[in-house]
Design a protein around this ligand. Structure first.
Ligand SMILES: *Cc1c(COP(=O)(O)O)cnc(C)c1O
Length: 219
């Protein structure tokens, strides 16, 4: 496997930005090659695949869940997942809390916002979140810790469009920080940017970028 692209991404990463190496569909062997360079954060989008890889691979990997999470699969990953990027419904948030409570864990999560044109992309709109964060239901969730926001831009080669969508996500982060999380230092993550748009995402304030293809394409 050729790690040149990976090294180039790592070498150009600003200090405040962390790389999530998206390893979905990749063999444990390929993952280990990246792991051996020092990378510890890997992202998966299917619960059962993540569970298998967790069992097989070194235990100091920080596994991030980045895909649409079905509520009946939460139990497969809840004990070890280090960050769930893709909370896209209140039902899911409540179910994650419930499963985390069963094993006495507090799990870090991001709220996924809908910022793209495509209806196929999941996510909240800002008004439903601001309303929810004032609700008693939210205040009863003691086993989740909301540490930031996540979003996916429209798949497009219009750089301005992508940039504006990332700006929108950053503005949601700022609204939530200012109104609900000003006392919470752990609320600091903006997960945005993939292989084709991560440079724009970094310019617009990403703290976590999620890259798969650009790293593994050279195998
Ligand atoms: C697959 C995936 C990525 C990585 O996409 P690439 O284009 O391969 O870099 C990032 N985020 C999510 C949510 C994904 O499903």
């Amino acid at each position: 496997m050729n790690l040149n692209n990976y090294q180039r991404i790592i070498n150009n990463l600003p200090k405040n930005v962390r790389l999530v190496t998206v390893s979905k569909h990749q063999s444990p062997d390929n993952i280990l090659q990246v792991y051996e360079t020092g990378q510890r954060i890997f992202g998966e989008n299917r619960a059962l695949e993540l569970q298998e890889k967790y069992n097989f691979l070194p235990k100091d990997i920080q596994w991030h869940f980045i895909g649409h999470l079905q509520t009946n699969k939460i139990k497969n990953i809840i004990a070890f997942v280090s960050l769930i990027h893709s909370i896209d419904s209140f039902k899911l948030l409540n179910e994650v809390n419930k499963e985390a409570q069963k094993i006495n864990r507090v799990v870090d999560v991001l709220l996924e916002f809908h910022i793209a044109d495509e209806m196929s992309k999941q996510g909240f709109i800002i008004d439903e979140i601001t309303e929810y964060l004032n609700s008693t239901n939210y205040k009863e969730l003691n086993n989740i810790n909301i540490v930031g926001v996540m979003g996916m831009a429209t798949f497009s080669d219009d750089e301005n469009k992508i940039r504006n969508e990332f700006k929108l996500l950053k503005s949601y982060f700022d609204i939530l920080k200012e109104n609900f999380f000003f006392n919470n230092d752990s609320f600091k993550e903006i997960s945005m940017g993939m292989s084709n748009d991560y440079q724009i995402a970094i310019e617009e304030g990403a703290t976590l970028i999620r890259i798969g293809t650009a790293i593994f394409a050279d195998i």
